[in-house]
Design a protein around this ligand. Structure first.
Ligand code: ADP
Ligand code: MG
Length: 261
């Protein structure tokens, strides 16, 4: 049996603004094999977040189709995946609920699925440990640093054991040193989860470090301009950031991004 695939076929999306209907996305074709890591880069406004929201089932395409499965099994739509807790999401502003403590924030997706998360308390503790916040379960988001909040958002994205992990500039608010640290942490969490990951980022270095494949998007309408494969064994050590192969890949992505912008 072949592995499953997240299949995005001929996807287009148009928003009506000022009576005009420019395409935010047009003709997006992308196949993400199960367990792969895809990074999306591109100038702002090229539809990266729109594409991620379509995959998350938070919005629906006007053209084309998004589904997850394989030829031998049934295909699931983003709505079906979301309803069964198979989608985990983390966005730029960690978007934690300020009145809930860290544990209750991580448990939120379980509550949305109407699971009794108190039965999963061991799993919440394991996730807290996984993201290095075992001592902070009872803290409120306001008591945490930006990096800690991002880690809570990651733990929350992983709490349902999602098959698909969607990250929209998850480290956008962090400084350089913290981002590098989080990128390595994310690699570890993602490898342990076995999830199929799609991450939007402005950081070419993050994209190359984490991804099997960097997808470069362009605007007007939002489309895929180029794809760079990063066929480097995992786990990639911190020293990969200093590797000539890493820099060569970053240069390629940067040049293609300049052409696309
Ligand atoms: P990116 O994440 O790459 O910066 P977005 O996906 O946020 O880009 O936006 C792509 C385009 O679609 C932009 O022109 C944006 O203004 C437009 N857009 C996104 N969401 C909406 C919406 N809900 N209504 C109208 N226009 C939207
Ligand atoms: Mg965006």
């Amino acid at each position: 049996m072949t592995g499953r695939v997240l299949s995005i076929r001929g996807v287009g999306r148009r928003f009506v603004t000022d009576g005009t209907v420019p395409a935010a996305l047009s003709g997006i074709d992308l196949s993400c094999p199960e367990g792969s890591f895809t990074a999306l880069v591109g100038p702002s406004g090229c539809g990266k977040s729109t594409l991620l929201r379509l995959v998350a089932g938070l919005d629906h395409p006007d053209e084309g189709e998004i589904r997850f499965g394989n030829a031998g099994a049934s295909w699931l739509t983003p709505d079906e995946l979301r309803r069964k807790g198979a989608l985990g999401m983390a966005f730029q502003d960690a978007a934690l609920m300020p009145w809930r403590d860290v544990r209750a924030n991580i448990a939120l997706p379980l509550q949305v699925l109407r699971r009794d998360w108190r039965k999963d308390s061991q799993q919440i503790e394991a996730l807290l440990a996984l993201v290095g916040l075992e001592a902070m379960g009872g803290a409120r988001p306001a008591q945490l640093s930006g990096g800690m909040r991002q880690r809570v958002a990651l733990a929350r994205a992983l709490v349902t054991h999602p098959e698909i992990l969607l990250l929209d500039e998850p480290f956008g608010a962090l400084d350089f040193v913290l981002r590098r640290e989080m990128v390595r942490e994310l690699q570890r969490l993602w490898l342990e989860s076995g999830a199929t990951a799609v991450m939007v980022t402005h950081g070419i270095d993050e994209a190359v470090f984490l991804a099997d494949r960097v997808v470069i998007m362009a605007r007007g309408p939002g489309r895929i301009a180029a794809v760079v494969e990063a066929d480097i064994p995992r786990p990639r050590p911190a020293s990969f950031f200093l590797d000539p192969a890493f820099h060569a890949l970053c240069d390629r992505v940067e040049r293609l991004l300049a052409d696309a912008s």
